[in-house]
Ligand binder design. Sequence first.
Ligand SMILES: *Cc1c(COP(=O)(O)O)cnc(C)c1O
Length: 500
Amino acid sequence: MTAPVPALPAKIHPLVRAFLDVPGAAEDALARFGSPAHLVFPQVYAENLRRLRAVLDRRLPSHRICYAHKVNRSRAFLRTAEHAGIAVDVASAGELTSAVDAGFGPARIEVTGPKGEALLRELVGAGVTVNVDNLWELRRLTELAGDHATVPVLLRMSGFAASAVSRFGIALADADQALRVLAAHPSRIALRGFAFHLDSGEPAERVRAVETCLELIERAYGYGLTPTVLDIGGGFRQVFTADADRFDGYVAALRESLLGRGEPMAWGGNTFGFHLDDTGVHGTPVFHKYANTVPATRMLDDLLGAPLEAHGGRTVAQVAAENMLELWLEPGKSLVDHAGITVARVEFVKQAADGSVLVNLDLSRDTVTPADQEVMVDPIVVPAVAHPEPDPPCPATTRDGHVGVFFAGRLCLERDLVTNHKVWLAHPPRPGDLVVFPNTAAYHTDLSAAAASMHPLPPKLAVAHRGGAFEVCPDADYEPAPTTLVPAASPAPRAPGVPR
Ligand SMILES: *Cc1c(COP(=O)(O)O)cnc(C)c1O
């Protein structure tokens, strides 16, 4: 009896799985549009949105979802959000243009993030809500607004008790200064409410931030201001793994290997953010997000149902409702969770001097992961339909019939390993095979992607399931189905086993 090979099985949405199961579908998309390619599934986005909305609808009379555009440049996602009637959170002049082009009017646009002089000038008089990051922004907006425009603003706060320090937001200690500026210029800036955005997955931190913002709303009344919005930001997490036990088993084996025990599993002395010393392996790895098993809907539901001590144990949702506050959300990654994959091709397989097997791909590391992380779900190898090459000789290291490989990128740089950890495959891939990276739509594809070595950025394609078949088009050309125009008597057809 041997232990199963270490593995990181990926959770795959049934619609994505169904697409990959259509023989030749992914290959055909690459043949038409080029390889590698990012594929987005706007219908999965729409489903994520429906689920988040259902949680909000159940608990709150009044809420708004602002899709955080920065998670992905996709126009198909943006069109899906616009079509569904939600709002958008933009964090640059480019994203603002993109949102306007996708059909969002100013009443449905919120501008977050750090804003320079040029962007502030553009925002004054535009009618969009400005989520103010700092006192300079607030004062500058007041000056720029002059006497012809009232700029609606949210104040983004930070420095909540026991939260990590953030570079964003107005320090709580400066809240009164901000409120004085607002009270002094009611015709130029109008306070809509308070906002925060926390990176943390720690539920208690969000509850404390909500409590603090409720206090600030009270304090604002004292200045004659009438805020009605409580914006709790994004940060609702994704679930990458299909098997938490196997994930934990892989990480345990990886930690052993870093201590020199068992089979080597790390490329080039990589320690994945762990600290190694005489007593063992410590710290939080760069891939910790992959260990999450709590879906965004549950995080949100738990937050809305959390009791607030200062409000006699009434829940966040109850207190918001009783005070007639509109709860705003800025989800990014939770809306695009499982709504994108990246598909590459195997160029060649080689063996390094130390015996490691390197599967070279036609993409680079920055195409599938933010530079400081590590892809901790196993890529899926889809054998090419027709193989021009004979089977390669079996590489040296096999285990249970599996070959342990590292995926290497196309850049002429030592560090361009797509996986720095070993991936065990049932069959050694062959040139021309497809390699699918699951769940790449959230920050993976667009955040650190560079046209290094003059390689063009991969095309982005939208995949839709319509009339029982998959359609692939350039992301920019995608349009959501006009649901309101479909007569009730003829529901959209769907294939067996494919969820709506
Ligand atoms: C990035 C960002 C978001 C989205 O965060 P997710 O973790 O992707 O949900 C929301 N609000 C602000 C202000 C952000 O900067």
